[in-house]
Design a protein around this ligand. Structure first.
Ligand code: IMP
Ligand code: MG
Length: 192
C-alpha cells in the first residue's frame, strides 16, 4: 500500500489507492486562492454558489480564507441519463434561494471533468443577469475536457484518474477523507 506513513489503516483508508494531494498541500493552496480571491473581490459584494454535494468541503475551507464579506448559496444538479450525454443537459434538483441578478457570483466546484455540467450551469446562471460570473474549482482534469469552460481559479490540475476524498465521492462515500486520493484498484469498476 502506497502513500501511508503509518502502519494502521482505518476502515475508510481501505478504499484509498494512492494519495495524490496531501491535506497540508490542499490547505496551503486554499489559503493562496483565498488571498487571490479576496484581492480580486475587494469592495464587491461576493456571492459564493456551491454545487452540491462535493463542493461543500472546499467551500467551507475557502470562505474562511476570504477577507471580504460574502454570502453563500447552493445548487444541486444531476445529469439526465448517461453521464456522457453530449448535450450537457442537467436537471436542477435544488435551485438557489438568493436572486443573483446584479450580484458578483463565484461558482465553487469540486472538480471539472468533461466540463458539461459546469457549461450548463454557466448558461443557466448567465441568464439570471449576475453583475459578474466566475468559477473556482479545487480540481480539474484537463485531459478529459469535452467543452471549454472559462475557469478563473484552479486549485490543482490532476491526471485522468478517478479520485476520492475532500468532498469527492465514489458511490457517495469517501467524501470525509481530508486528502485527495485515487480510488483503490480493487474498487474500480471494470470497464464494460
Ligand atoms: P463533468 O460534467 O464531466 O465536468 O462532471 C463533473 C462532476 O463529475 C463532478 O462535479 C463530480 O461530481 C463528478 N466527477 C468527475 N470526476 C470525478 C472523480 O474523479 N471523482 C469523483 N467525482 C468525479
Ligand atoms: Mg459527484
Amino acid at each position: 500500500m502506497e502513500g501511508f506513513g503509518h502502519v494502521t489503516q482505518t476502515e475508510l483508508e481501505r478504499g484509498v489507492g494512492e494519495i495524490l494531494i496531501e491535506e497540508e498541500a490542499i490547505q496551503t493552496r486554499i489559503a493562496d486562492l483565498g488571498a487571490e480571491i479576496s484581492a480580486d473581490y475587494a469592495g464587491r459584494d461576493l456571492l459564493l454558489v456551491g454545487v452540491l454535494k462535493g463542493a461543500v468541503f472546499f467551500m467551507a475551507d475557502l470562505m474562511r480564507e476570504l477577507t471580504v464579506p460574502c454570502e453563500i448559496d447552493f445548487m444541486a444538479i444531476s445529469s439526465y441519463g448517461a453521464a456522457t450525454d453530449s448535450s450537457g443537459a442537467v436537471r436542477i434538483l435544488k435551485d438557489l434561494d438568493i436572486n443573483v441578478s446584479g450580484r458578483h457570483v463565484l461558482v465553487v466546484e469540486d472538480i471539472i471533468d468533461s466540463g458539461l455540467t459546469l457549461s450548463y450551469l454557466m448558461r443557466n446562471l448567465t441568464a439570471r443577469k449576475p453583475a459578474s460570473l466566475e468559477v473556482v474549482t479545487l480540481l480539474t482534469k484537463p485531459e478529459r475536457r469535452e467543452i471549454d469552460v472559462p475557469v478563473r481559479y484552479v486549485g490543482f490540475e490532476i491526471p485522468n484518474r478517478f479520485v476520492i476524498g475532500y468532498g469527492l465521492d465514489f458511490a457517495e462515500r469517501y467524501r470525509n477523507l481530508p486528502y485527495v486520493a485515487v480510488l483503490h484498484a480493487d474498487l474500480i469498476p471494470s470497464a464494460t
